[in-house]
Design a protein around this ligand. Structure first.
Ligand code: ARG
Length: 276
């Protein structure tokens, strides 16, 4: 299908100045394997520059020493229609990140930031389709946070169950390519095996025309992509997925995120979208 249209986005990102893999809270993280914060910064800078080159606005939050995962900004807030729902992390090592982001929003004109009572890893597990919020659970975000997000954000929430520990956040297994418009339903890409049988049926029912990713695409965190409706930022290894997207009228743009992947993150994990 042709005629894919880009819409300008606003992203919040956090430079991985203090990036490290000092603990392991997902199967990608091996504290014995060396990581370079310097290389992570280089790759992250490339990602931020890519967004700017595509015409998007990138805001940044100051990194905090001792919070090596703070680069994964997507986990720290969900913003829909200008309403901000903060985060509550499952792992104690990440707990403090939530309040830094709450303060960033408060300092940038968002008066009514709501902090959740249930465990909620924000856009790690929430994907906005333009019509409803797809919400993952199984490893991090508590199902109670789905109901809480529906109340706070005032949008319908569809719960999905993740079953493979490598795909511990929804955004490692699914992303939105094009938001729903009055004339078209949303278009997404996902990796079915990351979901329970019931959730696979739900996805198939809601998105019969979805792009179905291969195992190889999932294994390089290719589903952790960021789309503006036309340009799709992907890890360089996600070649099958890129070919499928080209056939569907999108323009893939590749970034190297190998260093951040050692912590289980990709382009989307580094990118919190502010939807005013
Ligand atoms: N090391 C981080 C964690 O396990 C990676 C988070 C990646 N973020 C994401 N949106 N999937 O919490």
């Amino acid at each position: 299908m042709n005629g894919r249209e880009q819409t300008r986005r606003r992203y919040l990102m956090c430079e991985p100045k203090y990036f490290a893999v000092e603990y392991s809270i997902n199967p990608w993280m091996n504290p014995d394997e060396p990581v370079s914060a310097e290389l992570a910064v280089k790759q992250w800078t490339e990602l931020a520059d890519t967004y700017r080159r595509l015409g998007h606005r990138v805001d940044t939050i100051r990194p905090v020493p001792g919070l090596p995962d703070m680069v994964f900004a997507a986990n720290s807030g969900t913003v829909v229609h200008g309403r901000v729902l903060g985060a509550r992390f499952r792992a104690r090592q990440r707990t403090a990140e939530a309040d830094h982001f709450r303060r960033w929003f408060a300092d940038h004109g968002y008066r009514d930031v709501v902090m959740p009572t249930a465990t909620n890893e924000a856009e790690g597990d929430f994907a906005w389709t333009g019509q409803f919020l797809l919400a993952g659970t199984g490893f991090r975000t508590d199902p109670a946070a789905h109901a809480e997000a529906q109340e706070v954000l005032g949008v319908p929430v569809v719960s999905l169950r993740l079953v493979d520990p490598r795909y511990y956040h929804l955004d490692t297994a699914l992303f939105v390519l094009e938001e729903a418009s009055p004339t078209r339903p949303a278009h997404i890409a996902y990796y079915p095996d990351a979901f329970s049988p019931g959730s696979q049926r739900v996805l198939n029912h809601l998105f019969p025309n979805a792009v179905i990713a291969t195992t190889a695409d999932a294994e390089c965190l290719g589903l952790n992509g960021v789309s503006d409706g036309r340009n799709v930022v992907l890890p360089i290894e996600a070649t099958h997925l890129a070919d499928q997207l080209i056939n569907e009228g999108y323009d893939p743009t590749f970034v190297d995120i190998s260093e951040l992947r050692k912590s289980g993150g990709g382009p989307k994990c580094c990118t919190l979208e502010i939807r005013d």
